[in-house]
Design a protein around this ligand. Structure first.
Ligand code: HSE
Length: 402
């Protein structure tokens, strides 16, 4: 079986290495050898083992009928989209690690693969090395998925962990995450929650078989989280984590990405540092958690190779993926409910009565800052929270409670 790789960057070279180093193990598992026939990259790699198979011309892969599986690890939308489409049109299976491509064109490329009896697979796309997409589509297929919540971004989990454990400041920890190779090229996508948003949109689409446009998901990053918020979370015995979550509410689904306060009873509580985890609640199986490295060269490449193997076992039929272009109905964000940890500027005496008038009974939290008044609300809708916060007028920050 012959593979072509588009893009010899971090993940593409990882795929190349795994297919070489684990050649025998893989051949034993699928009963056939997988060889990398061509690797496309604009650059040259003198002395690298890729040299004999390197090409600068996509057509050498597209037109080669011996190449049955194409790995797309170029990143970005263009020309990745055009290349992937061309390969699928020729009946080649495609395995990708490209988040933008899957989030923007997932249903279209899945449909095209289906028409050509080929596969379009993207196991690496949500949790890096964590197997989540295949389990969601096969192992959990007897269940109705009631809820998915996950720590879906290693950079922000690392930042929040370091802030909590070492009192480190945001900017220096972000630099560390970049040095570890976790952060996106533009780390705004990490810290503003856009990366986690794309991932929960993909997971939710796969859980319900219909499309969730990531633009429709309420997304809040961690840039407003300060050491004071973390001190209040500590006082309450919890941790602040940025979570992507979706939950079935009647015939609709409510989804969001936001920093949340998590207590020790929640399995996501102990997921720290650059690790990711995804907690899935099925109506029969109950809670199942998937934990591991959400990024990194070999972890991500391992997930891509698992797709190559799966595609290889299903040549001529394709691996079915349930995700159509039909839009999934989302609960309007204003109607979704939470409890909130709220901090207001000014002493307790200045705030207490107006807070009670606006929010009703609340539970005060004292983390030792006399010039602030903080409290935990009862469960309320986002719209009711906004209205009450406007009425009080002195809110500094709020964190939802998981
Ligand atoms: N930037 C992502 C993260 C890795 O920090 O988790 C790739 O999805």
């Amino acid at each position: 079986m012959n593979v072509g790789i588009l893009g010899y960057g971090t993940v593409g070279s990882g795929v190349f290495d795994i297919l070489r180093e684990n050649k025998e193990v893989i051949a034993e598992r699928i009963g056939e050898e997988i060889s990398v026939k061509r690797v496309l990259d604009l650059r040259d790699f003198p002395g690298d083992p890729v040299e004999p198979v390197l090409t600068h011309d996509f057509k050498e892969i597209e037109a080669d009928e011996d190449v049955q599986i194409v790995v797309e690890t170029m990143g970005g939308l263009h020309p990745a989209y055009e290349f992937v489409k061309a390969c699928l049109e020729r009946g080649k299976s495609v395995c990708t690690s490209n988040k933008a491509l899957v989030a923007d064109f997932g249903p279209e490329l899945i449909q095209l693969a289906k028409e050509r009896h080929a596969s379009f697979l993207f196991e690496a796309r949500v949790g890096g090395g964590i197997p989540i997409i295949r389990p969601l589509q096969s192992s959990l297929s007897p269940d109705e998925i009631l809820e998915i919540s996950g720590i879906l971004n290693g950079t922000t989990n690392y930042i929040l962990t370091e802030m909590r454990e070492k009192g480190a400041d945001f900017d220096s920890v972000l630099k560390d995450a970049q040095a570890l190779g976790y952060a996106e090229a533009d780390p705004t996508a990490d810290v503003e929650g856009h990366d986690a948003c794309r991932k929960i949109a993909i997971l939710t689409s796969l859980a319900y078989g219909k499309n969730v446009d990531f633009h429709d998901i309420y997304t809040e990053g961690i840039t407003k989280i300060t050491d004071r918020d973390i001190a209040y979370a500590n006082q309450l015995g919890g941790k602040v984590k940025i979570c992507g979550s979706s939950r079935k509410v009647g015939e609709q689904v409510s989804a969001r990405v936001a920093p949340v306060l998590i207590y020790p009873g929640n399995p996501l509580y102990s997921v720290d540092g650059v690790f990711n985890a995804i907690l899935v609640k099925g109506n029969m199986v109950g809670d199942v958690m998937f934990y591991g490295q959400g990024a990194g060269k070999l972890a991500t490449a391992s997930a891509v190779v698992s797709d190559v193997i799966e595609a290889g076992k299903n040549i001529g039929t394709g691996v079915p993926v349930q995700w159509t272009a039909e839009k999934l109905s989302l609960v309007p964000f204003g109607e979704s409910k939470s409890r909130f940890l709220v901090r207001t500027a000014g002493a307790k005496s200045e705030n207490e009565s107006k807070v009670q008038a606006a929010f009703g009974d609340v539970e005060a939290v004292d983390a030792g800052f006399a010039e602030e008044y903080a409290f935990v609300t009862g469960e309320m809708t986002e719209a009711a929270y906004e209205e009450a916060a406007r009425t009080v007028g002195t809110v500094i920050n709020k964190i939802r409670i998981s």
